[in-house]
Design a protein around this ligand. Structure first.
Ligand SMILES: [Zn+2]
Ligand SMILES: [Zn+2]
Length: 51
């Protein structure tokens, strides 16, 4: 990481908040953050879809 401001690379499907960032100058990409709450919601949807 070079300390430059990070740009949003990805947004959470569930809450639409940024969950992954990248650096324009060095190309560093952060790990995708998984929101616990959203993971639960997503898991719930999966279960519902199986019915
Ligand atoms: Zn950088
Ligand atoms: Zn989320």
């Amino acid at each position: 990481m070079c300390g430059e401001e990070l740009e949003v690379k990805n947004k959470c499907d569930i809450c639409n908040q940024a969950n992954q960032f990248f650096c324009h100058s060095c190309g560093h990409v952060t790990e995708e953050q998984i929101h616990n709450q959203c993971a639960m919601v997503s898991f719930g949807h999966t279960l519902l879809n199986l019915k």
